[in-house]
Design a protein around this ligand. Structure first.
Ligand code: ZN
Length: 150
């Protein structure tokens, strides 16, 4: 199995069986996000213990990329501090928009999230892959307005 197939499998798996899916009843913050370009909708819930993210869940409807990305994000963010989450999003985002090259070190930093970096070849899909992240940022930083990728 080559890397590309492995990547595909992970995205298919997380789309079919999204992790941490559903409303989080004891959420500290939540935010809603919308990607009008594709129609993806997501609500991200976070539970904070001080500065640390102890739970992240999401619900919504969207394409395979947006659902897989939200699912992978929840796995990546549990246990991180807000500033670690911000740093990870910044790295992920910069690679997706082509501001940073993906090298071995960054692949390691991204972990499973690296499977999503293939979308950078398709600019319209970048918004699908980053929607949950933008929304999570909205929740973590307690923005009042709904998040939109436009
Ligand atoms: Zn989408």
């Amino acid at each position: 199995m080559d890397l590309r197939e492995l990547y595909q499998d992970l995205i298919v798996d997380h789309n079919k069986r999204p992790r941490n899916f559903g409303k989080l009843d004891d959420a500290t913050y939540f935010a809603e996000g919308f990607n009008p370009l594709c129609g993806d909708q997501v609500t991200v819930y976070v539970h904070l213990d001080g500065e640390q993210i102890s739970k992240v869940q999401f619900e919504g409807e969207g394409c395979a990329i947006s659902t897989a990305s939200a699912s992978l994000m929840t796995e990546a963010l549990v246990g991180k501090t807000i500033s670690e989450a911000d740093a990870l999003f910044e790295l992920f985002h910069k690679i997706l928009v082509g501001e940073l090259e993906l090298d071995d070190e960054k692949t390691q930093q991204l972990g499973k999230l690296a499977v999503l970096t293939g979308v950078k070849a398709y600019p319209s899909r970048v918004k699908c892959a980053t929607l949950a992240w933008h929304t999570c940022q909205g929740a973590l930083h307690n923005s009042e307005k709904p998040v939109t990728t436009e």
